[in-house]
Ligand binder design. Structure first.
Ligand code: UDP
Length: 328
């Protein structure tokens, strides 16, 4: 029988790609999702439990029914701008939800936990190449809430013997190359899908948030990583835990940063169309540059990113944008 993994947020963008990667690697992903941002149509690779992490009894019931060997925890609010406007929401939902989940795992005896953390835990660090050892100093509530969960994981490791792999994602982009799942947020706030909507005429223009950052062209620099490569890393992280190799923290980026203007230029090359833009002010909570070293994940996990070039990511996102998308 396949090893079961409870995947919170498995109906969302990254979670659904992880479910596909898990199924392909022979695991059974059990999705736990409240559909606040996820899509029923994105649950394709295993059973579904409709539940909310704020409801501890619902988590207990799911763990009792499916007896998973491991949990992959994606479910969270994840918008920097929103977290600056309503920090309480982020602390309550992200930290409260993770706490319920960890306590439920401790009670049920689930010992393996893969956690989706973020480069937003680093804050603004003058464009240095970020590594697992770089001190974390979040500048927004989203990053703060994720850092709190990282610390909680260490405590539950000691008290309940729950081993963890923490992945700090950089900017996730692209879509499943087979077109089975992809990025679909309502409302959309992320650069690449908004840019492609503007290219397709679904929006009048992309607003560039700030051109006065201390970067090479004044726009923010980010390290973009393909969602399928990210999903593959999660399978490797899970195998590491199941092999008993213990806790790990891994940055998932590519080591290459691209500015907003460079992303726009890459889009022009991929789609052969201009991106209509307007220049706007800075978005609160945005760091000037966030770029990671991926050495640790490559050396320790054997991670081999396959599709994380800007052209490939924009190409896959563009192909996904031509499809009908998920219906509610
Ligand atoms: N960005 C932008 N216009 C938009 C959305 C995003 O200029 O409409 C910029 C944003 O300031 C950041 C980068 O694009 O520097 C990536 O933003 P996104 O929201 O995609 O991801 P984040 O870095 O917040 O996780």
């Amino acid at each position: 029988m396949a090893i079961r993994v409870l995947v919170t947020g498995g109906a969302g963008y990254i979670g659904s790609h992880a479910c596909k990667a898990l199924a392909r690697a022979g695991f059974e992903p059990v999705v736990f999702d409240n559909f606040s941002t996820g899509w029923k149509a994105a649950v394709k690779w295993g059973p579904l439990v409709q539940g909310d992490l704020m409801d501890r009894a619902g988590i207990d019931a799911a763990l009792a029914e499916y007896q998973p060997e491991a949990v992959m925890h994606f479910a969270a609010l994840s918008l920097v701008g929103e977290s600056m406007k309503d920090p309480g929401l982020y602390w309550r939902v992200n930290v409260g939800g993770a706490l319920n989940l960890l306590e439920a795992c401790a009670t049920a005896g689930v010992k393996n936990f893969v956690f989706s953390s973020t480069c937003a835990t680093y804050g603004d660090q003058d464009g240095v190449l970020l590594t697992e050892e770089t001190p974390q100093r979040p500048i927004n509530a989203y990053g703060g809430s994720k850092l709190a969960i990282e610390q909680m994981l260490r405590d539950f490791g000691v008290s309940a013997g729950i081993s963890h792999v923490i992945f700090r994602y950089f900017n996730v982009a692209g879509a499943d190359p087979d077109g089975e799942t992809g990025e679909q947020h309502v409302p959309e706030t992320h650069l690449i899908p908004l840019m492609l909507d503007a290219v397709a005429g679904k929006r009048p223009a992309l607003t560039v948030f700030g051109t006065d950052y201390p970067t090479r062209d004044g726009t923010c620099v980010r390290d973009y990583v393909h969602v399928s490569d990210l999903a593959d890393a999660h399978v490797l992280g899970l195998k590491r835990l199941l092999d008993g190799q213990g806790n790990g923290v891994f940055c998932l980026g590519t080591g290459n940063g691209f500015s907003v203007r460079e992303v726009i230029e890459a889009s022009r090359l991929v789609t052969n169309r201009e991106v209509p833009i307007v220049i706007g002010g800075r978005r609160a909570g945005d760091a000037a540059a966030l770029v990671s070293s991926s050495t640790h994940a490559i050396e320790e996990l054997g991670w081999e990113p396959q599709r994380s070039t800007l052209r490939q990511m924009i190409g896959d996102a563009w192909a996904w944008a031509q499809r009908p998308g998920f219906e509610k």
